[in-house]
Design a protein around this ligand. Sequence first.
Ligand SMILES: [Zn+2]
Length: 301
Amino acid sequence: MSQVHICEVGPRDGLQNAKHLMSTQAKNAWIAALAAAGLKEIEVGSFVPPKLIPAMADTAEIVAFATKIKGLKVVALAPNVKGFERAVAAGAHKVTFPVSASHAHSVSNVRMTPDQMVEEVRRCAALPHAGVEIEGAVATAFGCTLQGKVDEDEVVRIAVQLAGFCDSVALADTVGYANPAQVKRVFTRVRKEIGEKLEGAHFHNTRGLGLANSLAAYEAGVRSFDSSMGGLGGCPFAPGASGNVITEDLIFMFESMGLDTGIDFDRLLEARSLLVKGIPEEPIYGHTPLAGLPKGFRAAA
Ligand SMILES: [Zn+2]
């Protein structure tokens, strides 16, 4: 059992925000290489209307491929009942629902208030879904590009509601506003209310604080982290900024601290070369892949 669990979200969060499209075949090859490097959980796509996000149009095919990889937990995002039904039919092992704590973000994104979105997830949880985990992810939990500040009481309130019928709850810094002090405070507050149901931390690196926020969450007891290879996806409003916290650097941080992630760095770089091959025009990031591992570095395992 690794001491820190990483969920690779590049095939979903990264590609969804990338300027270029990756072919289904290249996605499959990349996902297989990520699994071969030791990643045990991958968010492979999103069941949103293909017209809205063409990059996610092949999600059902990707899920069908990825679920054949032994030992891999295959995650898909769904924004509503229809998306959930497609995810379950495709065979996803886990479905993540983003629920914005920001009223403005929620209405603009899914045309539902946060409370209406909670009810949508509750309806999904009541549908037959044998063997499929449901995660409620509180999105824009640390700030929002539309309304700015997001009330921490509101984040706690939504997390508590989701914990009532979801298998797990995550907190997401969707737009890269979080700072480490805030991360520690909010995770600690939510943990106090819902205990072990609080699992994942999802950070973006828009302002360069992805690693610092991940470490703050670790210190607040979080052991499950989302990240994307090469920080894929970028940020449309911040040229030069990577998307999610970068998988390669996150793994280096934890492994060099003596915390086992179960991931092999050399094989991770092989997966990175497949990512570059699959979407060569897209900028990708990462300090550790560029600098190389330090002399004498030994993985934690
Ligand atoms: Zn995200």
